[in-house]
Design a protein around this ligand. Structure first.
Ligand SMILES: C[S@@+](CC[C@H](N)C(=O)[O-])C[C@H]1O[C@@H](n2cnc3c(N)ncnc32)[C@H](O)[C@@H]1O
Length: 272
């Protein structure tokens, strides 16, 4: 059972994992370097624990102690109980969800291991917005994608905002970073995947005609807000596919496009 420790000093070093959570640049450097990430809110903290992430500590306001009692009872890590005011002083924002946990990262699988067993993967290029990464993972989990592969410059799926937007789906969907972009797309193809680039370009094939659900193994390439997929990624793809749009809208947000494409490949059993 976890030890409950009441803390009333915002500079207490035991709270350092939670310091300056609003300083995005600092946290982006610090968390991967220290093998740390932050789970926020009761559901997300529970999901992190259930999916086997090790807890370094938890920081709760008193009213969350009862709600989290079962988790606390099974936790071999300290639980710091702090007032809302102190939580705000430490983190830099009003922690209205009241429960934060500092978790230990696991080592990431390599892409080859993922590709050996997956049939449907999403491949993100330069998706550097944490909200979009979280949204893509949430849809990937909900719509049965097997894994997500990230170009080297994609945002961290375990950054607090990504974790929160994904509602913890980042813990369930395996992911890996491709080190050499876009060269490593060849590795994806060599594993038997057809590379399908999602692009709103008018000359791309409408997704209903392309029928990517018929492919035995499919990798859906999605690009960043603004620029979209790079010319090199588009050249590397086997097919270019578009989601038809109405009312003069020129593109969907990448999270929305991902959900439509994931649904399209999930709606029929893959052949072969
Ligand atoms: C906001 S869009 C980028 C728009 C960019 N101007 C372009 O031409 O790709 C972000 C990503 O979402 C996907 N996307 C957005 N709308 C799409 C559509 N209608 N059809 C297929 N993919 C789409 C693409 O992968 C795109 O790279």
């Amino acid at each position: 059972m976890a030890e409950l420790i009441t803390i009333d000093d915002p500079d207490d070093p035991r709270l350092s994992d939670y310091a300056n959570l609003t300083d995005v640049e600092l946290r982006r450097r610090r968390e991967p370097a220290e093998g740390l990430f932050i789970a926020e809110g009761e559901k997300v903290v529970r999901r992190a624990v259930q999916t086997g992430y090790e807890t370094r500590s938890m920081m709760l306001s008193p009213k969350w102690v009862d709600a989290m009692r079962d988790v606390i009872d099974a936790l071999p890590a300290p639980v710091y109980v702090v007032s809302f005011e102190l939580a705000e002083q430490v983190t830099g924002y009003h922690v209205h969800r009241g429960a934060l946990a500092a978790m230990r990262r696991k080592s990431l699988p390599d892409a080859a291991g993922i590709l050996a067993t997956a049939r449907r993967v999403a491949v993100l290029e330069t998706v550097n917005d944490h909200t979009n990464v979280g949204a893509v993972f949430r849809s990937a989990a909900a719509l049965g994608m097997d894994a997500v592969l990230l170009s080297p410059d994609c945002a961290d799926p375990l950054y607090r905002r990504s974790v929160k937007v994904s509602m913890g789906a980042v813990f369930n969907v395996p992911y890996a970073r491709l080190a050499d972009w876009p060269h490593d797309l060849e590795e994806v193809r060599a594993a038997g995947f057809t590379l399908v680039a999602l692009t709103p370009a008018a000359d791309a094939v409408p997704i209903t005609e392309a029928a990517p659900q018929r492919l035995p193994r499919v990798a859906l390439l999605l690009g960043t807000e603004g620029a979209g997929l790079s010319a090199r990624a588009l050249r590397a793809a086997d097919q270019r596919v578009r989601i038809p749009m109405s009312n003069g809208v020129d593109s969907l947000n990448v999270g929305a496009a991902a959900a439509v494409a994931f649904y399209a490949v999930a709606t029929a059993p893959a052949a072969g």
